[in-house]
Design a protein around this ligand. Structure first.
Ligand code: P53
Length: 477
């Protein structure tokens, strides 16, 4: 039995177009949902404005201007030894409103150039098709993914990308963290996943399930089309994994945790198995939800199951059943408790490296598919020393402990793992808060929450550390 990671293990880094490219109107790009989101903070939600309002600050509009800096940034990734780089394709560069019949050539050319630059540096692009970047026009005209019209519009966009880049990109994912919206009480989750706005009195949960269904169908159709275009393509789903533990050994807490896992991860069941699990259809019936699932949808789900599971892992959660709420009424908003065994980041995310090993085994036991850790990392405030150095030992500690547990999952537990791409390998705009100062990078970018800075890039201590990790295939941590 091998005691190390596979030789062809894909070490790299991960980003999303809207969080680093900037250039929000360059080359004919349209307005995306990310372009109408203002900045929040550790305890302040991001605002969502009614279109782009003059005078408001929208952190994604410039971001770190990767659009004009990507060659310089890729040379730094190359220096670290990246084998792959995960990014997304901004839908609004390819179809600016989503409604066009012909794609925008300037947008297509940008990603051709980006992928060529990566390949020239022996870095394999790994691509997410939809990463919180829906054209804003599809929100105002159709009401987002609640509307079935978006299935065909997404399939059109994805087909254009798969056809155009099939020779350059092998690993694809359809919808980033499709399951964030399980937290349907949160405006950010439903807007970024699906372009959903709810009026008071609307049934948010039912609306979320319809949008999620439409996305699952769109995803399945894209998997099938991708395989028809080129059978060598590997097309996966992308799940935000934060295992939910029972707060105590009380059987009610254990069941509560199981129910929470079901509601958060049924998305993966559908992606992998091609049908809805009975716990969910029974739940819909109990709640009186009428989700429009056609006969053709069922066929599409069945015909487009994924090749692998990509997932993000940042933290774990714990849940406690109270005496008042029924199991059906427990949510991630009303029943999570702090895990007293774990520390948390400045944003309250509980640090749990062993939870990553647990997650890898949970996915494997349940789905028996190859896995890809496409996000993991530590958002933190960094301090630049007078000489320009940045001693981010807290980030190194976080990543080291997670990589240790990842290795145990592979070498001791036999998990089939494709690769590991830490999130925000270069500092970028936080999705959740819109901050620049919540940093994940090995590479520092001189820009702060007040939109000040030169955008100059520099190496943190973690840069050299991760370079050694990759060079030794994870042996020297
Ligand atoms: P930020 C919530 C919980 C877990 C992952 O997040 C999440 C979110 C949304 O905030 O998002 C993923 O930037 C997402 C990335 C995001 C990253 O995690 O809020 O796929 O786009 O940047 C980190 O610190």
């Amino acid at each position: 039995m091998t005691q190390s990671l596979p030789k062809d293990f894909l070490w790299g880094g991960a980003v999303a177009a809207h969080q680093l490219e900037g250039a929000w109107q360059a080359g004919g790009k349209g307005i995306s949902v990310a372009d109408v989101m203002t900045a929040g903070g550790p305890n302040k939600a991001r605002g969502i404005t009614d279109g782009v309002i003059p005078g408001e600050y929208y952190p994604n509009h410039e971001a770190i201007d990767f659009y004009h800096h990507y060659k310089e940034d890729i040379s730094l990734f190359k220096e670290m030894g990246f084998k792959c780089f995960r990014t997304s394709i901004a839908w609004t560069r390819i179809y600016p409103t989503g409604d066009e019949t012909e794609p925008n050539e300037a947008g297509l050319k940008f990603y051709d150039d980006l992928f060529d630059e990566l390949l020239k540096n022996d870095i394999e692009p790994v691509v997410t098709l939809s990463h919180f970047e829906l054209p804003y026009h599809l929100v105002t005209k159709y009401g987002g993914f609640r509307n079935r019209a978006l299935i065909d519009l997404f399939v059109k966009f994805a087909t254009t990308c798969l056809q155009r880049y099939q020779g350059k990109v092998k690993y694809w994912m359809t919808f980033n963290e499709i399951n964030n919206q399980a937290n349907y009480e949160n405006d950010f989750s439903v807007f970024t996943n699906s372009g959903l706005h709810f009026e008071p009195g609307e049934n948010r949960e039912e609306g979320m399930y319809q949008a999620a269904h439409n996305e699952l169908v769109a995803s399945a159709r894209v998997v099938k089309i991708g395989h028809d275009i080129n059978p060598d393509l590997k097309i996966g789903c992308m799940i935000a994994m934060g295992p939910v533990y029972p707060a105590t050994m009380a059987p009610d807490d254990v069941l509560a945790a199981q129910k929470a896992m079901e509601k958060n991860y049924f998305f993966a069941d559908v992606h992998v198995n091609g049908f809805y699990p009975s716990f969910l259809t029974k739940y819909w019936a109990r709640k009186g939800f009428e989700i429009n699932v056609t006969v053709q949808d069922k066929q599409d789900l069945h015909d487009g199951t994924v090749d692998y599971i990509g997932f993000s892992y940042y933290m774990s959660h714990a849940i406690q059943k109270d005496d008042v709420r029924s199991f059906d009424d427990l949510t991630m908003q009303n029943s999570l408790v702090r895990n007293t065994y774990l520390e948390a980041s400045d944003w309250g995310w509980q640090i749990d490296p062993k939870g990553l090993r647990y997650a890898l085994n949970w996915f494997t036991d349940k789905y028996h598919l190859p896995l890809f850790i496409v996000e993991n990392g530590f958002g933190a405030y960094d301090k630049v020393e007078p000489d320009g150095s940045i001693h981010d030992d807290y980030r190194i500690d976080y990543l080291r402990e997670h990589i240790r547990q990842m290795k145990l999952a592979v070498t001791e537990d036999g998990v089939d793992l494709i690769g590991y791409t830490p999130w925000g390998c270069i500092d970028l705009v936080s999705a959740g808060t819109g901050e620049m100062d919540k940093r994940y990078g090995f590479i520092y970018v001189d820009k702060n929450n007040k939109n000040e800075g030169s955008l100059a890039r520099s190496k943190k201590d973690s840069f050299e550390w991760f370079k050694t990790v990759i060079a030794t295939n994870g042996e020297q941590l």
